[in-house]
Write a protein that binds this ligand. Structure first.
Ligand code: DGY
Length: 353
């Protein structure tokens, strides 16, 4: 030991540093950072963070990627980071020679991904729950208030210079405070809306959710569980949808269901467009079967049923639920955390498949 030590030549400090840098570089190249493909433009701070941890291919043009581009991403990157508007179909997922092992969805809903196909292809899938709860509930409240108080219509009225002045019978809407809010689905976003509506507007809350395990959240807002969708529709002055898009909920709100609602009631949808039969809704809005609708999501986004665009008793938003800088950044950072965990060999917090 001692002899060996004595025999070791002293390396000058400068050369030592150089050698270390070269070794580190070699390791970095050998190990490499995982490659990730981001399908749309993300908030700047998140793209910056992604670059710190991964070899990132960003979408600077922000144009949606084609099936072929998505397939290429799966073949040439370790992770695909799509958003809720990218259709990650069986066709996309079954491309041969995949390198990707995980799909980190930017969004809480993941009905854009064929989960069965992802599982079959051995791909993990994550989403971004919790961080968008309040902002989405805020948008549901905004729609409820806007449609009840004729906000969209009033705005158009002023901008189109049709306003002739205040008068006792001008643009009377429906009162929100103290009314009954019916929630279809009682998950995080519905609960947040219930909280705002009950504590802020003194609303009575009723809901239907066959999957709710923990009923304690209902107590905080004195929400009462009903035994069916119909029971909620019959009782509520405002019906707000908070169920995911599944084969079970597709066009859940159709002509029959709309007829169960009060003629004075309003429908709010911040969940997924295909939960509502849009043509049936137009008919109900035209015939006065219901009083109005506030929609943030549509059956064939970004296309909106033409008739809806002309209806004064519909307030239409371009899928704005989570659209605040704070929330969109938080969603992005959540994806970063999930992907980082995955490549460190840990289970991502928000793994859904
Ligand atoms: C989601 O995350 O599912 C929303 O629809 C977009 O924020």
């Amino acid at each position: 030991m001692t002899a060996k030590r004595k025999a070791t030549k002293k390396v000058p400090a400068k050369r030592k540093v150089k050698a270390k840098t070269a070794a580190t570089k070699k390791t970095a190249i050998r190990r490499g950072k995982p490659t990730v493909v981001v399908t749309r433009k993300w908030p700047e701070a998140v793209e910056k963070e992604l670059k710190r941890h991964f070899d990132v291919r960003l979408n600077k043009s922000d144009k949606p990627m084609s099936v072929a581009q998505l397939q290429r991403a799966l073949r040439t990157a370790d992770a695909l980071l799509p958003t809720v508007t990218d259709k990650i179909s069986d066709e996309v997922l079954s491309v041969s020679g995949k390198q990707a092992r995980i799909i980190g969805n930017f969004g809480v809903g993941y009905n854009n991904i064929d989960i069965a196909a992802a599982k079959r292809e051995g791909l993990a899938v994550t989403n971004t729950p919790e961080v968008l709860t309040d902002c989405t509930a805020d948008i549901a409240m905004t729609l409820m208030l806007s449609v009840a108080r004729r906000g969209g219509e009033g705005e158009r009225h002023v901008r189109n210079k049709k306003w002739t002045g205040w008068r006792p019978t001008h643009m009377m809407g429906a009162k929100v405070t103290g009314k009954t809010l019916g929630l279809i689905g009682f998950g995080r976003i519905a609960q947040a809306m219930a909280h705002k509506a009950h504590h802020g507007f003194g609303m009575k809350i009723v809901f239907f959710d066959p999957y709710l395990a923990d009923k304690s959240s209902a107590k905080a807002v004195k929400a009462v569980s009903r035994s069916s969708v119909d029971a909620v529709l019959k009782e509520a002055d405002f019906v707000s949808l908070h169920c995911p898009s599944t084969p079970e909920t597709r066009r859940l709100i159709n002509t029959t269901k709309l007829k169960k609602m009060k003629k004075s009631a309003f429908l709010i949808n911040t969940a997924r467009g295909d939960v509502v039969d849009e043509k049936a809704l137009v008919k109900a809005l035209k015939s006065g079967a219901i009083a109005g609708a506030g929609l943030d999501v549509f059956e064939a986004e970004p296309t909106v049923t033409a008739a809806l665009l002309k209806m004064e008793n519909a307030v239409l938003f371009p899928h704005l639920g989570s659209a605040t800088l704070e929330t969109r950044e938080a969603m992005g950072f959540r994806v970063v955390d999930n992907i980082k965990a995955f490549f460190k060999g840990r289970r991502p917090k928000d793994r859904v498949a």
